[in-house]
Every structure is written in structure tokens, then in C-alpha cells.
Design a protein around this ligand. Structure first.
Ligand SMILES: *Cc1c(COP(=O)(O)O)cnc(C)c1O
Length: 406
């Protein structure tokens, strides 16, 4: 199997699997108990909290809360901060290309009376700091901008946005602060992320995107921000999230993020080379193909290309038959046939958005994997174009813009 879908999830690495096994078997105690093994389990959680803290440049371990997923961290952060600050403003700013966990949570808050400004993106899926500047109002309480897009890999100008918000917040005073929420789930472990250097206030991360297990997340909450309890119960996570801790998952997440960050320079260098190789050779091998996302400001492990005149599902099935796991840009997982909201927001016509393919590398990806892809993929595209009504039409009309009615 050739796995090129590391933006969807990653394989748990051996060191992480080992520590998980340890805390599920030998050291299985409940961290709230008082005997020695329990202290070991509690120690594992403390260690993981410090590992996450250090990996993202946070000041204190107490700024890290463990949760049950990236989506949970996102939901909790946005709902809690919105509710706690509703008395002074109900305006939230976000972008059109956020993950559904952010967009759908904000839709929910809209129903509760909040007002959401969704900033449009440019053709590369980026927003500018000026767009944020111009959208800010006296009643703005949250700016939510993702670090890097999970579909096309584009990185947002997070540093500039953070700097601008800091300036504004200095003028507005601490009782009228605009909170900077940044979904860094695709970024941590792949590119440098430092919450203090970037002035980020709330930042969700997820273990399974960086060689940890599924079902564990964390939320960075800058000191001084009050969080409503997410789950009432025992005093776990300082009374904010009751329930006996997922010790194995938390220990795994701590180690996974520590290792990913420690190896980041090497992985990035390798992935940048693979990325260049794959983009150049795919575009060269297949006519009528175009790169999606920003040509430079993109994650090192992410490639997204549109192949005109064909459907993403067909590509995925034929790739699967060759043992290659990839993903289309489209949101077909939710059972809808709508093309990806990200590609649509970038201004791509429906017909083209449907023909997009996302290939994302992991730490095990080698050039040979890409060569295998490059060997089989041109034939797949040819086959699909042969049965495509759009392709047939194009042969007749000879101009894609005319075909798309532009
Ligand atoms: C995967 C992902 C999420 C959701 O994280 P889960 O842990 O799967 O809930 C949110 N945002 C982005 C950008 C992601 O890539």
C-alpha cells in the first residue's frame, strides 16, 4: 500500500505505540488514585502536558488542556470564549476555507445570536491581514484563522494577523480584547508554530495528524482566558473536562508532538524535495492539470492538483485499485456530491473542483512511492477522460473557458 493521505490521518509511530501499550497494560492505574502506579499515570499526563507546551512555545503547562479530538478543542474554544464575552460583543471573524469543525461551530453560534463575518479568500486560498483589519468592529470578540489549510496546504499570514491584533488589543485594553483563535492542526509538527511569537490566544491541535492516535486532542489557552467547563464531573483537567483521563492517548500525544517537532527540520527538507518533484512531474506528464493552493506559502507535505474534465471519485477508485491511497478535494465523506468548499471559495468552477486530487506525505513517504504514482496515474487520467462527456465536448470546442461558459 502506498499511503498518500497524511492530511486525513497518520500512522501511529512505533515509539508512540510502545508508550500507549505501556499505559494500557503495565501502568493502567487511574491517575486520580493514591497508590504508586497511579502517581506514574499522573506523571505521564504531566509529562505530556509539558511536551505539548514546549512544542508550541507556550509559557506554562497549565495553558494546555487535553481533549477527545481536534474538533472537540475547536468546539470548546469557540463556544466558551464566545459565550463568556457575549456581553461586550457578538461579532466573530473567520475565513471561507476553515475546517468544518470551525465553520459549523460558528454557524451554530450564529443561531445563538452571534454575527459571523466570513472573509473570502484569493485564488490561492489565502486572506490578507488587510481583510482582517477592515472587518474588525468595536463588537468583534474573536478572529478565527487557520494556520494551514487541510485541503490545499496554503498557509495563512498568521504572524502578520497576530501582530496586528496585538496592536489593536493594546489600544482596546485587556477588558475589550479580541481573541486570536488559530486552528493549527495541520501545522504543528510540520512547520514551526510558536504561540507567543505569533500572538495566538487559543490553538487546537490533534494527535492523529502527527503520528499519534485518533481521539486525542489538546487546546492551548493563553493564561488569563477563562474557560467554561466542557464536561461537568470529576475535577480532571482542572475542573474543565471531567472524566477519567485517556492516559495512554495523552502520553502518546505528548511523545508524538515532541518527536514530530524534533524531526521537523529533516522532514521538512525531505518533503520539500518530494513536493517539488511530484508537482513538476505530474504537471509535466498530464496536460490540462493545474496546481491548487499557494505556490510557495504551502505546507511541505501537501500537493493538490486539478485535472480538467474528470471526476475525483473516479481517480480515487482507480488509484485504490493500484494500492494507492489518496483523497479528492471534494467533501464526499459527508454523503454530499458538492465539490470542496475550499476550492469553490478559491473561485474554481464546479466542473474543475470535482477533478481535484490531494496527495499528502508522511514521515515514511519515499520518492519510490511518488514514482509508482507517476507511473500509473497518467493512464488513469487518460482512461477517465475517454469516458468524460466534458473531454469529448472539449475536443470539439477546443477551449476550456468557452466550455465553462466564461
Ligand atoms: C483533522 C483536522 C481537524 C479535526 O481534527 P480531529 O482530531 O480529526 O477532530 C480540524 N482542523 C483541521 C485543519 C484538520 O486538519
Amino acid at each position: 500500500m502506498i499511503y498518500l493521505d497524511n492530511a486525513a490521518t497518520t500512522r501511529v509511530r512505533p515509539e508512540v505505540l510502545e508508550i500507549m501499550t505501556e499505559y494500557l497494560s503495565d501502568n493502567f492505574a487511574n491517575p486520580s488514585s493514591i497508590y504508586a502506579p497511579a502517581r506514574g499515570a499522573k506523571g505521564a499526563i504531566d509529562t505530556a502536558r509539558e511536551q505539548v507546551q514546549k512544542a508550541i512555545g507556550a509559557d506554562r503547562p497549565a495553558e494546555i488542556f487535553f481533549t477527545g479530538s481536534g474538533s472537540e478543542s475547536i468546539n470548546w474554544a469557540l463556544k466558551s470564549v464566545a459565550t463568556q464575552n457575549a456581553h461586550r460583543g457578538k461579532h466573530i471573524i473567520t475565513t471561507a476555507v476553515e475546517h468544518p469543525a470551525v465553520l459549523v461551530t460558528l454557524q451554530h453560534l450564529e443561531k445563538e445570536g452571534f454575527e459571523v463575518t466570513i472573509l473570502p479568500v484569493d485564488e490561492f486560498a489565502q486572506i490578507s491581514v488587510d481583510q482582517v483589519k477592515n472587518a474588525i468592529r468595536p463588537d468583534t470578540i474573536i478572529v478565527a484563522v487557520m494556520f494551514a489549510n487541510n485541503e490545499v496546504g496554503t498557509m495563512m499570514p498568521i504572524s502578520e494577523i497576530g501582530t496586528h491584533l496585538k496592536q489593536i488589543n493594546d489600544e482596546r485594553g485587556k477588558d475589550n480584547k479580541i481573541y486570536f483563535f488559530c486552528d493549527a492542526i495541520q501545522a504543528v509538527g510540520r512547520v514551526p508554530v510558536d504561540v507567543n511569537a505569533l500572538n495566538i490566544d487559543l490553538m487546537p491541535i490533534s494527535a492523529h495528524k502527527m503520528y499519534g492516535p485518533k481521539g486525542v486532542g489538546a487546546l492551548y489557552v493563553r493564561r488569563g482566558i477563562k474557560m467554561q467547563p466542557l464536561i461537568h464531573g470529576g475535577g480532571q483537567e482542572r475542573g474543565r473536562r471531567g472524566g477519567t483521563e485517556n492516559v495512554a492517548g495523552i502520553a502518546a500525544m505528548g511523545l508524538a508532538v515532541e518527536l514530530a517537532v524534533a524531526e521537523m527540520d529533516d522532514t521538512t527538507k525531505k518533503h520539500r524535495e518530494l513536493q517539488k518533484y511530484l508537482i513538476e512531474n505530474t504537471l509535466k506528464a498530464i496536460p490540462h492539470s493545474r496546481l491548487n493552493g499557494h505556490p510557495e506559502h504551502r505546507l511541505p507535505n501537501s500537493v493538490n492538483i486539478t485535472f480538467e474534465f474528470i471526476e475525483g471519485e473516479g481517480m480515487l477508485l482507480l488509484l485504490d485499485s493500484k494500492g494507492i491511497c489518496a483523497s479528492s478535494g471534494s467533501a464526499c465523506t459527508s454523503g454530499s456530491l458538492d465539490p470542496s468548499h475550499v476550492l469553490m471559495a478559491m473561485g474554481m468552477p464546479h466542473e474543475l473542483a470535482h477533478g481535484s486530487l490531494r496527495l499528502t506525505f508522511g514521515r515514511d513517504t519515499e520518492k519510490a512511492d511518488l514514482d509508482k504514482f507517476l507511473e500509473v496515474f497518467p493512464t488513469i487520467v487518460e482512461r477517465l477522460r475517454q469516458i468524460s462527456p466534458l473531454w469529448e465536448e472539449f475536443q470539439r470546442v477546443g477551449n476550456i473557458d468557452a466550455l465553462l461558459g466564461k
